[in-house]
Design a protein around this ligand. Sequence first.
Ligand SMILES: [Zn+2]
Length: 302
Amino acid sequence: MPDWVPDIARLQAFDDGEWEEVERQFCGRLLAYVSRRVRDREAREDILQETLLGAVRGIARFDALYTFEQYLFGICHNRTIDHLRRQKAQTLPGDDDEETPPVVEVLATDEATPSRIARGRDLGRRAQEILGHVLKAWVQETWQQGEFNRLMVIEALFSGGWRNKDTWRRFGLRDETAVAGIKFRALKRLRTLVQEQDPRGDVLPYLAAGDGEAEFDFDVSQTWRHQRVSCAARYWLGRMVVGSLPEGPQAFLSFHLEEMDCPWCRANLEDLRRIEEDPELEPLLERVRASTLSYLRSRSLP
Ligand SMILES: [Zn+2]
């Protein structure tokens, strides 16, 4: 079953039913995300409520560069960080949230933060969009070809920033040259895909010819993570939960979840795992529902 995607136009028209479905579909995974970071139960509920309200308030400015789920998780991430800053609350043991990529800072419209400038040339919005598409297309075709080892190697390099010398051992390759070869072929394919998608040539100059470590003249890891180019559809995570994943996707998803530590797929997975049994979820849904509904009602008054 494909993941449900809301109708943005209906959300923007403050349609009760569509927002209700949003809550039903997403509260569990948002809660899973927040629960890893915030211990206090009431605070978790507040964050969830604020997230949904924030989503309703901001929906007019929804940016189609991102998916709705990214939009929602972006707000949730910001609210969580706000809370942690305010309360100086303890995070759960072993949770190294400081290292979580700031997926959301891009959503928060502050495009040119100093850290991004420091890391390289800033990609224009159009270039970002094209590059996101191209990386997704590459991930998809690699997945369809069943080349999961290749997919993991490229994710490790591009998203994880691993070096060739660390990568070949992890994936049981012959040596560093094998990693370089995989990278070379992926870049070649990416260049072709870019040319197809980008006749004006906005992106191509950013893809250096590259033999060294830096093939991109910008932070590819940021695009990879922000646009979630390799994140699995909920369908695959669902199959992981019931143990019916074929070997390749299973290897890739384990790598993506654990070694790449993808916070969004983790939240989705936890949500799917406890969907039946979480006593916190039902009353929470009711509270969130009540607060969103009262906001929607106030909006629809003449
Ligand atoms: Zn992911």
